[in-house]
Ligand binder design. Structure first.
Ligand SMILES: NCc1[nH]cc(CCC(=O)O)c1CC(=O)O
Length: 313
């Protein structure tokens, strides 16, 4: 392709790092690329995400792409609304980073070592619900801002700990500051956490082909497809108290041959703050169906939970 691809990104350190990786991979494949920074309302406001709405980080980038100001948009996948944008095509899901959440705590402490009453900062209802459910007596306090400013709250002694996506910390080269990587059994990540979404215009077939062939990882795409289908079926946004994680696992078919399957775990907090959990395994080629089926199971459980809590009151 003998044109320069303009790659749009938010201006945060994290977004620039993510886009830099994508640009490097495209250059290595011989493409001519240029990075264009786009400011979004999400970067200019410090209000809780629940107030400013899903898509605050991504819609300005999507508009710039649809308008032809840029040719490629790189997003943190988990920040995208679940509804697809008919103007755009999801050309690539690059190999996913470690999807887990991470704790950055004072004095090298792990979650279990934090004394009762310790303050843990997070602006995510999903993380807050799962932290509360551990029953450790932690004091979960609202927190927003970029990765650097959130970690600084611990360094400055304002908070005892913060919980962040490990991928974000890793992309900024700061994994040495992580005091514990949280196991999915206690903290399921946001659907698509650690994955990038690389979009182009739906009619830009040259860009789509280049991005797909250079960057796309089919296992990462299958996993996030299942997680996001679960989220969409629950009609929950990126800040909803919903966690999901799909892994590609080896299984045996009827003949005893090894086949790859998708194993999906999900968690959802009820209004009472109880956690509902479910898991299921399905075909790699039926990721959406797997995600939707698990959502239906969680919704059934939430109906049961609601009936039980009415019975109590
Ligand atoms: N909500 C903001 C956001 N969007 C993507 C990441 C981290 C990188 C990723 O998950 O891909 C973060 C920071 C965080 O949740 O700690």
């Amino acid at each position: 392709m003998n044109r320069t691809l303009r790659i749009g990104t938010r201006g945060s350190a994290l977004a620039l790092a993510q886009t830099g990786h994508v640009a490097d991979a495209l250059r290595a494949a011989g493409a001519d690329v240029e990075i264009v920074t786009i400011s979004t309302p999400g970067d200019r406001s410090s209000a809780p995400i629940a107030e400013i709405g899903v898509g605050v980080f991504t819609s300005a980038l999507r508009d710039a792409l649809a308008n032809g100001e840029i040719d490629v948009a790189v997003h943190s996948y988990k920040d995208l609304p679940t509804a697809r944008d008919p103007r755009l095509s999801l050309a690539a899901v690059p190999p996913r980073e470690d999807p887990r959440d991470a704790l950055v705590a004072r004095d090298g402490l792990t979650l279990g070592e934090l004394p009762t009453g310790s303050t843990v900062g997070t602006g995510s209802p999903r993380r807050a619900a799962q932290l509360a459910a551990l029953g450790l007596g932690l004091d979960v306090v609202p927190l927003r801002g970029n990765v650097d400013s959130r970690i600084r709250k611990v360094a400055e002694g304002v908070l005892d700990a913060v919980v962040l996506a490990r991928a974000g910390i890793a992309r900024l080269g700061r994994t040495a500051e992580i005091t514990e990587t949280l196991e999915p059994i206690q903290m399921l990540p946001a659907p698509a956490q650690g994955a990038l979404a690389v979009e182009c215009r739906v009619d830009d077939v040259d860009a789509e082909h280049l991005l797909q062939s250079t960057l796309d990882d089919s296992a990462s795409r299958a996993a996030v497809t299942a997680e996001r289908a679960m989220l969409a079926e629950l009609e929950a946004g990126c800040s909803a108290p919903v966690g999901a994680l799909a892994d590609v696992v080896e299984d045996l078919d009827d003949q005893g041959a090894v086949v790859l399957r998708l194993s999906l775990r999900g968690v959802m907090a009820t209004e009472d703050g109880d956690l509902l959990r479910a898991s299921a395994t399905g075909d790699l080629t039926a990721a959406e169906e797997l995600g939707r089926a698990l959502a239906v199971e969680l919704l059934d459980l939430s109906g049961l939970a609601a009936a039980r809590s009415e019975g109590r009151s």
